[in-house]
Write a protein that binds this ligand. Structure first.
Ligand SMILES: Cc1ncc(Cc2c([C@@H](C)O)sc(CCOP(=O)(O)OP(=O)(O)O)c2C)c(N)n1
Ligand SMILES: [Mg+2]
Length: 548
């Protein structure tokens, strides 16, 4: 019999999803049977629902969309921080919550996983602010609501929520009668007008620059961006919140622009441009070092899905995919000036010196390879890696806006499942790892072989840079990071660990790790708790001032 549950799974499969994350509960067990039986779907059980939401987020950034299944109340509320992060950073994650039967709900029974008040809409309501759409499925509306809510996720690039009662999931329905997604929308009259205005502004500009942001990754518009830059020979920079949307080995690429701490040549180039064309960019505090950009809205022409800024006017957002496509065929002779490409590192010679953040990130620049996926956790990891030039065809994942530490470990695993052919590299601090380490069990069970760099600097260095350098609240228990893989089910066949404290030890570990594709690489990198990347040292002062 073909049920509502089957219909939902058919639609998820149609969207390209192959793995579904989550944690079972008695309100979703029967639905999980349908996942297990589905020929094109695989259940990936997570250690907890927060990790499931993080893994789903990473999966969606790479695959395009993702889904997780949680149980009513206790499961979904563990996941909600991850869902909020997906909302903030425009990542389409489908949160499917198994709930008690309609009979139990209509009778307002005092059942487990509720607040004991006979009400069943509390938790759905709590998701209002962090989802694009909510579908509370009943026998009458299940099929239309599933299609409406899934369409909203994909078109708006935001998480959505489906409340799936046990008996509704088991109800018999017809198979889908047509495709879920409509054809790509064409430009509205207003959008045509905006494209013409940008065309004119470019024709009149002497030294324009393109500033690319995270939405170009959210909507997977990297190809349109590359066509636009190459066709019109435009210089381009990215915010840290958008790193990786353009090939950083390309001669048009100027480096990462992060406001005042940016390398002087690039900072001046952007701040003095007579036209800053911001595409899919959100000028947040962590992306612009406390809003320290020095260009004004007079110079800015910003196109994003939830806001347009033109001639200092703030207007409603646009359908970014259609506009990006239109930009590749504007009437513009192209930028006539020359482009100073970004300075590249000369190769470095490791010594027996103890490791510093500076040397570590220089060594990583030489270690990165074409096609890798680099994932950087909040802290010295993100602010270290964000200034390291990527190789071509690389992807970059971070969460600089929402910034929920621990996110990147499950997110990297989710992304690695979404794209097994890209070697995933995770850079994560000891503090962050301690929040979501349980997912190491899933990594080993799924035989994933990423390269994980655990930066052991004895606590929360990023926080020490902001406030309380020697306070106990920035200290954490010292773990034996070498032993963790064995604790979480690893063996010599599935994982190899390294502990590096000097430049030479790091060089040897990097060489060995790159060659070993068959095992998870677990590299503990010991660095001083007062050592931080230059960008973070500057940012620490800026955030301390912003918080005063
Ligand atoms: C869920 C959660 N809790 C707390 C914080 C605050 C916080 C940071 C805010 C600023 O985002 S950075 C950080 C510590 C990171 O320490 P680490 O992982 O060891 O990194 P480092 O390499 O810097 O030592 C915390 C606790 C957070 N971002 N997210
Ligand atoms: Mg740390």
């Amino acid at each position: 019999m073909y049920t509502v549950g089957d219909y939902l799974l058919e639609r998820l499969s149609e969207l390209g999803i192959k793995e579904i994350f989550g944690v079972p509960g008695d309100y979703n067990l029967k639905f999980l049977d349908h996942i297990v039986e589905h020929p094109n779907l695989k259940w990936i059980g997570n250690a907890n629902e927060l990790n499931a939401a993080y893994a789903a987020d990473g999966y969606a950034r790479t695959k395009g969309v993702s889904a997780l299944v949680t149980t009513f109340g206790v499961g979904e509320l563990s996941a909600i921080n991850g869902i909020a992060g997906s909302y903030a950073e425009k990542v389409p994650v489908i949160q499917i919550v198994g709930s008690p039967t309609m009979a139990v709900q209509n009778a307002h029974k005092l059942v487990h996983h509720t607040l004991g008040d006979g009400k069943f809409d509390h938790f759905e309501n709590m998701h209002e602010s962090v989802t694009e759409a909510i579908g509370s499925l009943t026998k009458e509306n299940a099929v239309t609501e599933i299609d409406r809510v899934l369409r909203a996720a994909v078109l708006k690039r935001r998480p959505v929520y489906l409340n799936l009662p046990i008996d509704v999931a088991e109800m018999v329905v017809e198979k889908p009668s047509g495709p879920l997604l409509p054809k790509q929308a064409s430009l509205s009259a207003r959008e045509v007008e905006l494209v013409h205005e940008l065309e004119k502004a470019l024709q009149q500009a002497k030294n324009p620059v393109v500033l690319a942001g995270n939405e170009l990754a959210s909507f997977h518009l990297e190809t349109y961006l590359a066509d636009f830059i190459h066709k019109f020979n435009l210089p381009i920079t990215t915010l840290p919140f958008g790193k990786g949307v353009f090939n950083e080995e390309d001669e048009h690429y100027l480096g990462v622009y992060a406001g005042s701490p940016t390398e002087e040549g690039l900072r001046k180039r952007v701040d003095t441009a007579d036209l800053v064309v911001a595409l899919g960019a959100k000028l947040t505090d962590s992306a612009t070092s406390g809003f320290s950009y020095d260009f004004s809205e007079k110079q800015l022409f910003s196109l994003a899905s939830d806001e347009v800024i033109v001639k200092e006017e703030h207007l409603e957002g646009i359908h970014l995919p259609a506009v990006m496509k239109a930009l590749t065929s504007i009437d513009y002779q192209g930028y006539q000036g020359d482009i100073q490409p970004m300075a590249r590192l000369k190769s470095i010679k490791p010594t027996n010196q103890v490791l510093t953040q500076r040397h570590f990130w220089e060594a990583i620049e030489g270690f990165l390879e074409k096609g890798d996926t680099a994932v950087a956790e909040q802290g010295t990891s993100f602010f270290g890696l964000s200034t390291v030039p990527l190789k071509s065809e690389m992807s970059f994942i971070g969460q600089p806006l929402w910034g929920s530490i621990g996110y990147t470990f499950p997110a990297m695993l989710g992304s690695q499942l979404a794209n097994p052919s890209s070697r995933h590299l995770l850079f994560i601090g000891d503090g962050s790892l301690q929040l979501t380490i349980q997912e190491l069990g899933m990594a080993l069970r799924e035989k994933l072989t990423p390269i994980v760099f655990v930066i052991n600097n004895n606590g929360y260095t990023v926080e020490r840079e902001i406030h309380g350098p020697n306070e106990i609240y920035n200290d954490i228990p010292m773990w034996d990071y070498q032993k963790l893989p064995l604790v979480f089910g690893g063996s010599e066949q599935s994982v190899i660990t390294y502990k590096v404290t000097t430049e030479l030890e790091l060089a040897n570990a990097l060489k060995a790790a790159r060659l070993d594709n068959n095992r998870l690489q677990w590299i503990e990198v010991v660095m001083d708790q007062t050592d931080a990347p230059e960008l973070l040292m500057k940012l620490g002062k800026i955030f301390a001032k912003q918080n005063s």
